[in-house]
Design a binder for this molecule. Sequence first.
Ligand SMILES: [Zn+2]
Length: 314
Amino acid sequence: MTMTETGSPSGGIGIDVGGSKIAGVVIEPSGSVVARKWMPTPKEGGRAVVEACISVASGLLEVARAGGIAVGPVVIGMPGTVDSVRGIVRDAPVLKIVNYEVVAEVQSAVGHPTTVIHDVKAAAFGELIAGAGIGQADVAYLNIGTGVSMSFVFDWQVYRGVRGLAGEIGHVRAVADGIQCNCGRYGCLETVASGPAIARAAGITVGGVEAVAAAAAKGDARAINAIHDAAGHLGRVLADYMTVLDLQLLMVGGGVSEVGPLLLDRLQEVFDEQLADVEATVRVVPAALGGESGVLGAAHRSQLLRDDRRRTRW
Ligand SMILES: [Zn+2]
């Protein structure tokens, strides 16, 4: 249980906005979830998505008030390019949102302080506090889904970077003469290790990475190679970062991580090969909270923001 300066224990409200659903929770001071609300993400995107966030946030605030739970700000985790400093979502293609002042709009509609953060940073924090990172102070989180991105935790703080964009590893070059990426450059990690990239390499056009995993489980060599190659690229790129930052634990989440050992064991092997000359390798562990890392991380951040604003820069 955490306490505010006035001594009253506080809870938190977190919301995670994904391509298919918007999920929110209220946690009580102990960290246990006392309420969950969710809605499908409106297909039309844009303003409709923000309105759905307002609806979920209002419902959660009502539950918190009714239960006498004092909560921190509403913390919303969103995908894309998120300017958490100014409260603006710069670009979230999956939500059809461009340069949207999400914080100002939600805050005025719900009458409660609100902040927005990148969903992968929220997920990393969720895993740190309540998942695979419990007990760690310095750890990295890798999210593999439609894109590839990371979040770094140093001394229990999620590292933000100057513009809040730290961890965008998906656009680091992985292949010297690679194909063109959505970002316009060539050979980005995302072009060889994201869900769509793995499906493309496996020659699978329907069913995405789940279909690749199913084919691999039946022994399909092309599917197995696609997953192995993706793990190889991830391992080679990440090994240097993990070494430079002196990190020893990599938590892996996101839809593609559900492929499981075929991907994660290969990633571990690549680290072991790459890091053979250093004292300790990097340990690869699956995220422990499944699809809930982001929403729980947002809620824990809400709690933390109420308890100690000064220490919490990210
Ligand atoms: Zn790129």
